[in-house]
Design a protein. Sequence first.
Length: 332
Amino acid sequence: MAALYGSSFLITGGTGSFGRELVGYLLEHCDPRRISVYSRDELKQFEARNQFHDDPRLHWVIGDVRDRDRLRSAMRGVDYVVHAAALKQVDTAERNAFEFTRTNILGSQNVIDAAVDNGVRKVVALSTDKACRPVNLYGGTKLVADKLFVSANHAAAYQETRFSVVRYGNVLGSRGSVVPLFRELARQGRSLPITDKRMTRFWITLDQAVRFVVESLEIMQGGELYVPRIPSMRILDLAEAVAPAAPTHEIGVRPGEKLHEEMICPDDAPLVVRVADRYVVGPAVTSWGYLPPAGAEPVPDSFSYSSDGNDQWLDVEQLRALLAGVGPGAKG
């Protein structure tokens, strides 16, 4: 992380599960000059200040990504931005469509504008598997946000600031976890609710997600969408790993939910290359001198990356061993 060492950072949504893990990682590995933790919730900021023992390198900023002026002020002197703030609940989005639009789309544009105005070096935005061929409003807003960040490189082609996107699926160890629910129901001797017994998901821990984002921030040129190569799991195997022999029952796929996570669709295949532990979806059109990454291997024309078609799988014993080290468990 030599390129990031001693730099200043701003993290939107910085008091969420990912934000806190990222703050801890940067403090330990990058000796930052300053980390501005930007979020709306004063209680979460109070709790995070206590968690990090009021580390003097941390700068706490109450603000909303909907507020462009506040973002512009908060980004003064910042070298790198990680945009993690978003509204995320699928069912809530369907009932509050414009609120999700204001935060996930207009808020993302505000982050872009504030970064350009302040000459920030690099900005990485967090995406979601739900932005790939979206079937719900949340996914639709995140797809637009992804496109805004890639397109922002055109507007900033003759400036220093560059923008990229990182996309991954559900995270083990984040809030909204299904694993503690399974454990509690099993303790009570109750049946575990399974959305659909055919369901598969990718597996990534919070620590892995943070490391992947930081590595992407360091190597990005601008315009890339980075996707980690990670294993898949079957939901029934996860239930067995969490609560061996517990009974299960199907509750049906929820509105806007997919049976399998998809992070790259076949339509994007012409733009995709594989580089070591990741796939890189390059920009379709460039005006800022983008070059394919070193060591890039093209993928087949029909390539897609979904949890059911993966070439890496975790079995019950592997899941059980991994669960011992991920804290709260899996976001589901």
